[in-house]
Design a protein around this ligand. Structure first.
Ligand SMILES: [Fe+2]
Length: 258
């Protein structure tokens, strides 16, 4: 793969996004959100790749994976008007299908094509799949980190901006009530990522996002997470109870050691 290919993909993706623009302002906000998210995930993956001294060809593939990782979000939202996979489709699988259907990757050789399709397919899987192919695993890990680093930004922006400019699909239609589930907190204390199924409220979703710190794969990702102060910012939007304080202390201790 060459620089020409990535330029072609960037232009192709912009046209693809534009084809989903609509006069409905709410829907447009949600579509634009995913488009901007994609560019930020590309920036994140390039930064991680640079810190890891990844060679040029691999860096080009990494950027392509980031560019297409959420391509399934667009047809998903168009059809179901939600980003909630459990109420619609798995957007990673839909993404891989969309890549095949549009034939956008046909200019690449077969191995590169397969690596990108698989990375898109598994970028949102609950855990990293047990694949033999170590090179595909590298890109899956890279995109999962780059994606999480930007989901935290999107999510925090939502809480830190005026109500009228919020894109409603971010909180997945969950009730924004003061409750949070003990089960989700338990996962954090076990240093596990919490499953989406256990998320019942917006607060649970904030806790689930905190649990993602246990799923970062590369040291530069942890650096970026610290630099952007994601943990403190997420905690500040949760009820200030003794339990949440314990969660904060636990995570702080964990991060200090990294
Ligand atoms: Fe994403």
């Amino acid at each position: 793969m060459t620089k020409k290919d990535i330029e072609y993909f960037r232009n192709w993706f912009s046209d693809f996004c534009r084809s989903f623009y609509t006069d409905n302002q709410e829907d447009l906000k949600n579509i634009r959100l995913k488009e901007i998210h994609t560019f930020k995930v590309c920036e994140n993956i390039l930064r991680i790749a640079k810190s890891l001294n990844l060679e040029e060809e691999k860096t080009l593939i990494a950027e392509t994976v980031a560019l297409f990782h959420d391509i399934g979000r667009f047809p998903q939202y168009q059809k179901y008007k939600t980003f909630r996979d459990s109420e619609s489709v798995n957007h990673g699988i839909l993404g891989a299908e969309t890549l095949k259907k549009t034939k956008v990757l046909d200019r690449l050789n077969e191995p590169d094509k397969r690596i990108i399709e698989k990375s898109v397919m598994f970028h949102n899987a609950f855990s990293i799949p047990k694949l033999e192919d170590r090179i595909t695993l590298l890109f899956i890990k890279l995109v999962r980190d780059a994606d999480k680093l930007d989901i935290w930004r999107v999510f925090l922006d939502y809480f830190e901006c005026p109500v009228e400019s919020r894109a409603n699909a971010i909180t997945l239609g969950l009730p924004d009530t003061p409750e949070y589930s003990k089960e989700v907190i338990e996962h954090i204390f076990r240093k596990e990522t919490a499953p989406h199924l256990e998320v019942k409220t917006v607060n649970d979703f904030k806790l689930l996002q905190l649990s993602w710190i246990f799923d970062l794969n590369f040291a530069p990702s942890i650096e970026i997470m610290k630099e952007r102060d994601y943990v403190n910012r997420l905690i500040s939007h949760l009820p200030q109870t003794k339990e949440i304080q314990e969660v904060k202390n636990f995570i702080d201790k964990h991060i200090i050691r990294l």
